[in-house]
Design a protein around this ligand. Structure first.
Ligand code: DQA
Length: 149
């Protein structure tokens, strides 16, 4: 049987993890995070596919492609777009598979503009503040949601 496919989407500036503000984001690179997710996906019986872009239009187009794909779930860290991109929120709202929002840092303990997510209303749930573990917890959450469908 085919393993359920989960897309891991990382948005603007997230390719710079490991080189960017280690007090908030630690020292793991996006490649390190992808590797940890691939390992966990193996344990959970899931397939993972990764996408990162700094271009909002490309990111939205990827979400449209996911809509027409065999995706079973989506994990999204949209970086700063989280706080203002209604276009991205509208794109995510098109998806009919579980979507989990993640943030490495505890956005609620940071600057005020980070306290609000325009995405929260269109996702199943959000996980923030656990560093790389935010992604791993999100994958476990998506696995649980997929198994209940
Ligand atoms: C982030 C939090 C956002 O506020 C910020 O713009 C990022 C990273 C996080 O993972 O903690 O780029 O999404």
């Amino acid at each position: 049987m085919k393993k359920p496919l989960v897309f891991i989407l990382n948005g603007i500036n997230l390719n710079m993890f490991g080189r960017r503000d280690p007090a908030h984001y630690g020292t793991a690179t996006l490649g390190d995070i992808d590797q940890r997710l691939t390992e966990l996906a193996g344990e959970l019986g899931l397939e993972v596919e990764f996408f990162q872009s700094n271009h909002e239009g490309d990111f939205v187009e990827k979400i449209h492609q996911i809509h027409f794909s065999e995706a079973a779930g989506v994990i999204v860290n949209a970086g700063a777009w989280t706080h203002y991109s209604y276009g991205l929120a509208d794109a995510l709202a098109i998806l009919d598979v579980p979507v989990v929002e993640v943030h490495m840092s505890n956005v609620h303990a940071r600057e005020e503009f980070r306290h609000f997510s325009v995405l929260s209303g269109v996702v199943k749930g959000s996980i923030a503040g656990f560093g790389v573990d935010s992604y791993l917890l999100a994958l476990r959450a998506v696995a649980g949601l997929i198994s209940k469908r």
